[in-house]
Design a protein around this ligand. Structure first.
Ligand code: SAH
Length: 868
């Protein structure tokens, strides 16, 4: 078994720049805009006050989800960006250089910070915490002006950082911050604390009346917002609760009361859940054992041990241990203003949070198709992908699971090497020496989303690494597959990691051996200890997902007897309505369907629409929708519609899709299943080269060139003319193989193709000075612009003539003319002609059906003949 332990020591902790820290915290949500600022300067002559243009300076504005900052002017763009990032960090209370502090210094700073937080100056400022102070000033009785320590802990980044220096365990046990704040406050005579009884702090002497007056909350209306009550016992149902906050009320007291507590001073608050600007948090009671921990030696404190039972559902969503009954609410003071921010958390949003923890759930949410969509198995092209990109999903997965941003390293494999690599799966062996070269390519396969670019530029591979916040390596994915585009390599590597994580989350009881085998399939190496510490820790209660998350209210769906027409894998019995238009989807097609998915009860007495889309696009054959839907659409042609039934997916998915959770729950309590109605609206055919790639491995274009190369080698020819050379794919390949050729010529009508061919050949020939170049023999390469049906003495007398995939582009009489000219005038000793083969290539059969329908008179141009 491999562990990340030893590896972790080899990774030196880098000193992060302000920009890097902002990136870690906000990822793509941090947006930098650099603008030029012209600062006029006066020339040196006192008498002449003519303004001259000064040096160009840059200013950077950095926008974060909650606020933005603008830097001063700098000579370099990057300095402006770093300065803006530094300003943002200061505003957030994060000090990058704090790493240098000792624990003792951090403790002194912590006390000073707590003191400052209770100052008049802080109350008057704009900080989410000052808004809490203002609201707390309206609390009645003993609690007037008293602030729960947990609020200080969640609102002040600076304090959190200092606590992490005092005790690194704080990173994984954030509630320890509350203990440290309480202990710091205990040492300050101006503050009143009673840690034995309550987790709150108050000033000994009240704020001066004028400060209070200018600070008292202006809120004049009551606020009503929805939250979710998550009982600790998985047997009990998750339920919505309504929080009613009166104008003078403190929202935390309202939440505390819903939890059965007397007030907010006993409450603990989790970190935020979801997007960076979210205020969604869990609230729960601090247990008695936690209060006792207050009196221990805090500078060497151990992680706080709670006596209470773990709330599995809340802990799973939060990724942090939550104890006892808990409330999930989206409410709080933010940097945006002094008003209380609030947003309803409904049962639907709760279930959406639940499913978003898993990559496929996050993808489904990004497509707004929870019941229909699936995380695709492959990333073909950017143009066909719908929903969040794999890289994005992986980044947000890492953020959600409190890991560092994933590290992607792409490397480009030089052209020559990648061409050799691409030959690995070839059907034709070229030569002994070529095979030797293949060996160094060792196991790579080339994938090209855009077959037109085969042989051009370099290829890319991408390696992804996931690290914990403590920089322990969790997993790495390094695939052998080469991609023509850097983005394809990154997206596919991300998708592999996501697919593996998905498989794990779907079966979290999977034995380690099986998980390892699966990791091999996805080219992943993971470090079980670190993986279980970081990713699995949030599942502290074993596989609670398999328990009934609705608290026993809903009967098991296996209890339902499924009607005969419920389809899962077998779609043969499906009734399809509407005339067959003949235009059917095939592998790689981009489909557009209109669909709806509804819950229906037995006998279809009742129906509840869960999800629908007027136009929903997906690529066939990539697993982008539930298997049943994909199987059904293969039976359909454009304009046809159908309806089919499936067994219910997990209840989490049903409730994440249902807008009216109460209704959906009522349905789920009786036998029911899902009905899908679909209309196939549109089918966009994939480019032929991509289809070819799917059907022929290696692609036909490659097989064709390799076939010709074989003959060229066998012929021992010294001169070759390629009739209709196009962009020079054959000529270019000739420069990669050792042959006996000395002179190569290409001729084509298309100037555009010729100029592309010239470019490729030129760069290739430049590299020929390399002593390792394989085709040392070639002395001249020439391109001619002209028609191959016209006599041209320069094309006469060659050892070998090639004419690949050209004659089918010509009118029949022109093709005959070429036959005459080439055989009677140019007279190469050997002529290799190729055309597409109709019987062999189903893609051509399909395009012929369409073209025949368009014009029945039109001749099938693609015929099968190959002449030598
Ligand atoms: N042989 C190349 C290109 C095939 S595409 C390959 O296999 O990749 C067909 C090419 O034939 C086009 O580049 C087109 O411009 C060329 N072509 C068609 N009619 C021609 C003619 N009469 N004379 C010269 N080239 C012609």
């Amino acid at each position: 078994m491999e562990t990340g332990g030893s590896l972790a020591h080899t990774i030196r902790k880098p000193t992060l720049t302000p920009k890097a820290i902002i990136h870690q915290k906000f990822g793509s949500k941090a947006s930098y805009k650099v603008e030029e600022v012209e600062e006029p300067t006066q020339n040196g002559c006192p008498g002449l006050a003519i303004l001259q243009k000064g040096p160009c300076l840059y200013r950077c504005s950095l926008e974060l989800p909650d606020f933005s900052v603008v830097s001063g002017s700098f000579k370099k763009k990057k300095d402006a960006e770093q300065s803006a990032a530094q300003m943002a960090l200061e505003k957030l209370g994060i000090r990058p250089s704090v790493d240098n502090l000792t624990a003792e210094e951090a403790w002194t700073d912590l006390i000073a910070r707590v003191k400052y937080i209770f100052s008049n100056e802080f109350l008057a400022g704009l900080h989410p915490l000052s808004s809490h102070f203002k609201a707390a000033l309206c609390r009645v009785g003993d609690h007037d002006g008293s602030i729960p320590a947990s609020v200080i802990a969640i609102c002040d980044g600076k304090l959190n950082n200092l606590c992490k220096i005092i005790n690194p365990k704080v990173e994984s046990h954030p509630f320890m911050v509350v203990s440290y704040i309480m202990r710091a406050a205990t040492g300050l005579p101006e503050l009143v604390v009673n840690p034995e009884r309550q987790l709150s702090i108050r000033k000994e002497n009240p704020y001066p009346p004028d400060v209070i007056e200018s600070s008292v909350s202006q809120q004049s209306e009551s606020i009503t917002t929805m939250a979710i009550y998550i009982p600790c016992s998985p047997e009990k149902a998750v339920e919505p609760v309504i929080l009613n906050i009166s104008p003078k009320g403190y929202y935390l007291d309202v939440i505390a009361q819903k939890l059965g507590l007397s007030d907010a001073n006993e409450i603990l608050i989790s970190r935020t859940i979801g997007k960076a600007s979210s205020e969604t948090r869990f609230y729960f009671a601090a247990s008695k054992s936690y209060l006792l921990e207050m009196s221990s030696d805090l500078l060497n404190a151990k992680a706080v041990k709670f006596g209470g039972p773990l709330n599995a559902r809340a802990s799973y969503i939060c990724g942090q241990d939550i104890y006892g009954d808990s409330i999930l609410a989206s409410i709080g003071y933010t940097w945006k203003g002094q008003d209380l921010f609030h947003e309803d958390v409904t049962l639907q949003s709760y279930y959406r949070m639940l499913i978003s923890k898993i990559p496929s759930g996050a993808y489904k949410l990004s497509r707004e198709a929870i019941l229909a969509a699936e995380l695709p198995l492959t990333f073909t092209t950017k143009t066909n992908w719908r929903g969040s990109y794999p890289r994005e999903i992986l980044c947000s997965f890492c953020r959600q699971h409190w890991l560092l941003e994933p590290v992607f390293s792409t490397s480009s494999i030089p052209k020559k090497a990648s061409l050799e690599l691409s030959r690995l799966n070839k059907k034709l062996k070229v030569s002994e020496s070529a095979e030797q070269e293949v060996e160094y390519a060792n196991g790579h396969d080339i994938v090209d989303a855009d077959a037109k670019s085969v042989g051009m530029g370099s290829s890319f591979i991408c390696e992804v690494k996931l690290y914990s916040k403590c920089q322990d390596l969790i997993l790495e994915c390094a695939s052998n597959v080469l991609y023509k585009k850097q983005n394809d390599a990154v997206q596919n590597a991300s998708l592999k990691v996501l697919s593996w994580l998905n498989a794990y989350f779907k079966d979290i009881d999977m034995p380690l051996e099986k998980l390892k085998q699966l990791a091999n399939v996805f080219d992943i190496k993971f470090y079980p200890q670190n993986f279980s510490k970081e990713v699995v820790s949030c599942l502290s209660v074993e596989n609670f997902q398999n328990h009934d998350t609705l608290g026993g209210k809903v009967p098991e769906s296996n209890g339902i007897s499924i009607p005969n027409d419920v389809v899962e894998d077998d779609v043969s019995s499906i009734d399809i309505e509407g005339p067959d238009s003949g235009v059917c989807p095939s592998y790689g097609s981009l489909l557009c369907v209109c669909y709806s998915a509804s819950l229906v009860t037995k006998g279809e007495l009742q129906k509840e629409l869960l999800e629908s889309a007027e136009e929903f696009e997906f690529e066939m054959g990539t697993g982008a929708v539930i298997p049943c839907l994909e199987a059904v659409v293969t039976k359909m042609s454009i304009g046809q519609s159908t309806c089919f039934y499936t067994e219910l997916p997990s209840q989490d998915l049903v409730l994440a899709a249902a807008k009216d959770s109460a209704n959906a729950l009522a349905f789920l309590s009786s036998p029911c299943w899902l009905e899908y109605s679909i209309i196939l609206l549109q089918v966009t055919e994939p480019p032929e080269d991509r289809m070819e790639q799917a059907l022929f491995s290696p692609p036909l274009s490659k097989q064709r060139v390799e076939y010709a190369l074989q003959h060229i080698k066998d012929s021992c020819a010294t001169s070759l003319v390629d009739f209709g050379c196009g962009s020079g794919s054959l000529l270019e390949s000739l420069l990669d193989y050792p042959t006996s050729l000395e002179t190569i010529v290409g001729v084509d009508l298309s100037k555009k193709s010729l100029s592309r061919a010239a470019k490729v050949l030129h760069s290739k020939l430049t590299m020929m000075s390399d002593p390792e170049a394989p085709c040392k023999s070639i002395k001249s390469a020439v391109l001619y612009d002209g028609s191959i049906t016209d006599f041209d003495s320069r094309l006469c007398g060659f050892d070998l003539g090639t004419c690949l995939e050209v004659i089918e582009h010509m009118e029949e009489d022109q093709a005959c003319l070429f036959g005459d000219v080439v055989l009677s005038s140019f007279r190469p000793k050997i002529l290799v002609v190729s055309t597409p083969n109709y019987e062999y290539n189903v893609i051509l059969q399909r395009s012929n059906i369409t073209s025949q329908e368009d014009d029945p008179e039109e001749k099938i141009y693609s015929q099968s003949y190959c002449c030598l």
